[in-house]
Design a protein around this ligand. Structure first.
Ligand SMILES: [Zn+2]
Ligand SMILES: [Zn+2]
Length: 370
């Protein structure tokens, strides 16, 4: 089975190389063109010659029901999928390019697979920062890690860093929610018992109910397994309202993570988070400290989506023979990731915390605060 795949893969690579003569080569020297974030154009790696990209079209909002029913809209015509034999990450690259190293672990142990690359994106948020700028952000971030060893912070420099697009869905919708429930406020009252005045607390319950409307614009859910939603949230905001219409030109010189969650799965996740946000917005209208009961029925109208590629630099530092992955938002330079932790520094922090607690306790004791 694996052998069959390899044969099919090499046949595919040949046709990819034949394709590679048109828009992907330099008009001056025939060298490879890659997308340049600084020039916002295709640029030759050798002579600096430029190729144009049409940036006049923006990523459109599409009807959600077309997403659920989409069948033929596959990305397979202009991309292929590679799997890393070392870490298992799957990446999508333009058919105009051939085998790459894995953006997640840096090894070149990647093989083409026959897996589907899934739905074709209709929008792309192009990189604004180049590799050098992303490196600079990553170094600044690493130097600020409070619990990392001093030696790491002094010498830190990304060992690898590459531009990798992460597939994501953005959703727009107008929600209408009918709700009802019972909330309680704690109150106090005084009464006389056996000739003494005592104060007691009680709960005053009141009913709530009504209709609440809330709109969501470009609610972002990432669709690959290579990055966690938590990390994408930390790197946010992504200015997806500025995304361009998708063109494979933006992939030149970059990889994309393979899509692994369907549009429906991403929508279900989005809807769940939206429901929580609507619920807190409803409850924020009232003064209460207890929830007796609450029920809501949210309907989502006018749902549209964009299937968009988000620009991320993926890289790693190495320290004490271990790799620490990090991600940089390719638009605003925000960084998140892992960094080595010094047990000594954590120990000192815990100790300082204990000293502070003991100090406050002593102060309360000596001042006789009750
Ligand atoms: Zn050239
Ligand atoms: Zn890998």
């Amino acid at each position: 089975m694996a052998e069959e795949n390899d044969i099919a893969a090499s046949a595919d690579l040949l046709s990819a190389e034949e394709d590679a003569t048109d828009t992907s080569s330099c008009p001056l020297c025939g060298g490879r063109l890659v997308y340049s974030p600084i020039d916002r154009a295709l640029k030759c790696e050798y002579c600096g010659g430029k190729g144009q990209i049409d940036m006049s079209r923006y990523g459109e909002e599409l009807n959600f029901y077309d997403l659920i029913n989409a069948k033929n809209n596959t990305w397979a015509n202009d991309t292929h999928v590679f799997r890393c034999n070392n870490c298992g990450a799957k990446t999508v690259i333009s058919k105009k390019e051939i085998s790459k190293k894995c953006p997640f672990c840096g090894t070149t142990n990647v093989v083409q697979t026959e897996e589907l690359c899934g739905l074709k994106p209709n929008a792309v948020l192009p990189f604004l920062l180049d590799k050098a700028q992303a490196c600079e952000s990553a170094v600044k971030w690493a130097k600020k890690r409070l619990f990392s060893p001093r030696k790491f912070k002094k010498t830190v420099y990304p060992e690898e860093i590459d531009g990798n697009y992460i597939p994501a869905f953005t959703f727009d919708t107008n929600t209408v929610t009918h709700y009802s429930g019972k909330l309680g406020r704690t109150k106090t009252r005084t009464k006389r018992v056996n000739g003494k005045t005592i104060t007691e607390s009680y709960t005053e319950w009141f009913s709530i109910g009504g209709t609440y409307r809330m709109s969501f614009d470009d609610f972002l859910v990432q669709a690959s397994d290579s990055v966690k939603q938590k990390d994408v949230d930390k790197l946010s905001p992504f200015d997806t309202n500025k995304s361009q219409a998708y063109s494979s030109d933006y992939l030149m010189g970059y990889t994309a993570a393979q899509y692994s969650k369907s549009g429906q799965e991403c929508w279900d996740y989005a809807r769940g988070v939206m429901q929580e946000q609507v619920k807190s917005a409803i409850l924020r209208q009232y003064t209460y400290d207890k929830v007796g009961s609450f029920s809501m029925n949210m309907s989502c109208n006018d749902i549209t989506y964009k299937y968009v590629l988000l620009p991320l630099y993926v890289g790693h530092y190495s320290y004490s023979k271990k790799l620490f992955n990090f991600f940089v938002n390719g638009r605003n330079g925000k960084v998140t990731g892992k960094a080595p932790v010094s047990p000594l520094r954590v120990g000192i922090a815990v100790l300082l915390g204990l000293v502070a607690v003991a100090g406050i306790a002593a102060l309360i004791y000596f001042l006789g605060i009750k």
